[in-house]
Design a protein around this ligand. Structure first.
Ligand SMILES: [Zn+2]
Ligand SMILES: [Zn+2]
Length: 338
């Protein structure tokens, strides 16, 4: 065991965190500089086990933060700014590819080969030290607020999905190289992002950080209710028939004045298309949820409870303020009898 990793002293390397850098990114680069894997650096230097939780960096314990601070010289506030400590969470909102249709139509994405992620290749190209942004690790981010472009989830050379190793990796890793072909992930300017996506993403990031957001017409909305409303729409969309889905997409395309690329994005399996729908919905939630239900010829309550029995429908009803909260058991009976 290297002496530098056993003594309670500073580690023999220092990396200053970059703006909005994810702790996973900083930690992985520290371990690579030390010639260690993220797994072993965590175990030996900080007493945290990436095998038990490959994403411990999201909400590390106070003890872990203090150990990292002691051994790296970084302040606790600097470290905490790379995590999601203090940010709200609800309905597994930090899962990868959170607003894609696969959540509702197929098996969920596993982390067996890493976490799928979409990045801004232009940001990476401009970095003095390329790093992974915390924004990209949210699970549903789809646009770069700096370049106002769509995040991309494909390698520029082999076009396979970009996947990030977790902190359980047992060898030194480079998060910004393609796992399959090794290509660097930096690249030129991407497709411009629609203003509706940039706006709703900004609202959602602030809501997740603060626990609530102020939505048009309905006012202050808790993070859990906001995610519930988004989930209800997604569930309705991806369990409807293709014909009914296209009818809603035409309505969204008209209301948001979408160009051809953005209209196509609605039907693609990406967070960007998901955020376009959610942005359309949250601009006028009380009126647009019924419009969506009518276009899709579906019932939000039945689908939400059938697919994701996690109070999604109950919270959405409360959010919309339409009468009393429904009896959950009665809703389940209705689902079974349907
Ligand atoms: Zn960017
Ligand atoms: Zn590749």
């Amino acid at each position: 065991m290297p002496a530098a990793l056993t003594a309670v002293t500073r580690l023999p390397c220092y990396i200053a965190p970059a703006e909005d850098e994810a702790l996973a990114s900083w930690f992985t680069q520290m371990s690579a500089q030390l010639g260690q894997s993220p797994l072993m650096l965590g175990r030996l230097a900080f007493g945290v086990d990436g095998a038990a939780d490959p994403e411990w960096w999201r909400r590390p314990s106070d003890t872990t933060l203090c150990r990292i601070s002691d051994r790296t010289g970084l302040g606790l506030a600097q470290l905490q700014a790379m995590t999601f400590l203090g940010w709200a969470t609800a309905h597994h909102d930090e899962s990868a590819a959170r607003f894609t249709g696969s959540r509702w139509r197929a098996q969920r994405v596993t982390r067996r080969r890493g976490r799928p992620v979409a990045i801004c290749r232009q940001c990476v190209a401009g970095d003095e030290r390329p790093y992974v942004r915390r924004l990209w690790m949210l699970g549903w981010a789809a646009a770069c607020p700096e370049h106002r472009t769509v995040l991309t989830g494909q390698c520029p050379r082999c076009w396979c999905p970009i996947q990030l190793y977790g902190l359980n990796a047992s060898w030194p890793v480079d998060l910004l190289a393609c796992q399959r072909c090794g290509a660097r992930l930096a690249g030129p300017k991407a497709q411009p992002a629609h203003a509706a996506v940039l706006d709703v993403q900004d609202v959602m990031v602030r809501a997740k950080r603060m626990g609530a957001a102020t939505l048009p017409i309905i006012g202050e909305t808790q993070w859990a209710a906001l995610i519930a409303a988004a989930d209800t729409l997604q569930a309705m969309v991806w369990t409807a028939t293709a014909g009914h889905r296209e009818r809603l997409f035409k309505r969204i395309g008209s209301d948001l004045a979408l160009g051809a690329l953005d209209h196509t994005a609605l039907s693609l399996n990406t967070n960007y298309g998901g955020l376009l729908m959610v942005g359309w919905l949250l601009t006028d939630l009380p009126n647009r949820m019924p419009i969506a239900a009518a276009a899709l010829k579906t019932a939000a309550a039945i689908h939400a409870v059938t697919i994701e029995p996690s109070n999604v429908e109950l919270e959405t009803k409360a959010l919309l303020g339409k009468g009393r909260r429904p009896d959950k058991d009665r809703v389940r009976r209705t689902v079974r009898e349907t």
